[in-house]
Design a protein around this ligand. Sequence first.
Ligand code: ADP
Ligand code: MG
Length: 344
Amino acid sequence: MEQERTEINDLGEFGLIDFLTRNIEIQNASTVLGVGDDAAVIDHFGKQTVISTDMLVEGIHFDLMYVPMKHLGYKSVVVNLSDIYAMGATPTQITMSIAFSNRFSVEALNEFYEGVYAACEKYGVDLIGGDTSNSQKGLVISVTAIGEVTPDQFIKRSTAQKGDLICVSGDLGAAYLGLTLLEREKRIYLDSPTVAPDLENQTYIIGRQLKPEARKDIIEFLQENDIKPTSMMDVSDGLSSEILHIAKQSNLGVVIYEEKIPIAQESKEIALKFGLDPTAAALSGGEDYELLFTMKQEDYDKIVLNEQISVIGYMADISEGAHILTKGGNKFKLVSQGWNAFQQ
Ligand code: ADP
Ligand code: MG
């Protein structure tokens, strides 16, 4: 079936913005003024404001050969909201800026915005503005997320204490394994386009790569149970480099246990199939968007029954360095091997 294609030029820049933003309904009282003026206005009524920006560049951060536009829109929003939750804050608004070549049609951008709005609805945030531009080649996306927090209740990376427990939500490594699988299928497809992709039974890891979620539920759980993490960040680059950020900024050492790192059964199976070490995927893969936090030992009883939170180690004196104790009883230094767009 031929898909309808409307050229951006048929609408023009302002027509396009009107079209993409025509159905916005404001969800937050803090959104005083949204799309349509020189600037948006927000008022956080005695709270503090948290802001974070991320850029996603075609060919560097995503590959449209296997990422549907709707998923890309959703993910662009979610990865930014994850940074706001990682401060212990509640996201309330985003801005969305896009630059695109004439390869993209109105229909393609509309699909992208369907994903954007799906994420806005799920997380209760308002899209309040952005910018629209042409690019010579490819798609560039920049999202700014804004959130609110009770004054001075935001959670930094630099405030972990010696003896604190290290906790992580959900499971790790799956998004990287999903990416590995998609990259492999892409190569097979490019070599012989008639071979159908073999993605069956891999919905979990592919979903973790294409449609990540921010851990709003964990922040709510911590608040409801009166648990105040001593430090927190989200896991976008792999556990190893993230825990080293907390250790370095808090002037502490770290001990984590390989057997305690949460890894989904599906991830273990696919890692085995690819000849990869699942622990390495958790330590050095990326894009899991789980929360990594430290808390006082006395809070342990409050989290022990939550299956979505794993205690993986503890903060040690700086003289102990940063190590992982393996299942085999070995001790390895943790190294920062986070996924880095500049290493490609
Ligand atoms: P200005 O020229 O004052 O920067 P623009 O013409 O760029 O304003 O944008 C008009 C309005 O549309 C502004 O409220 C802006 O935030 C919003 N906007 C522009 N591009 C987008 C986009 N891609 N998504 C959502 N809102 C947008
Ligand atoms: Mg503008």
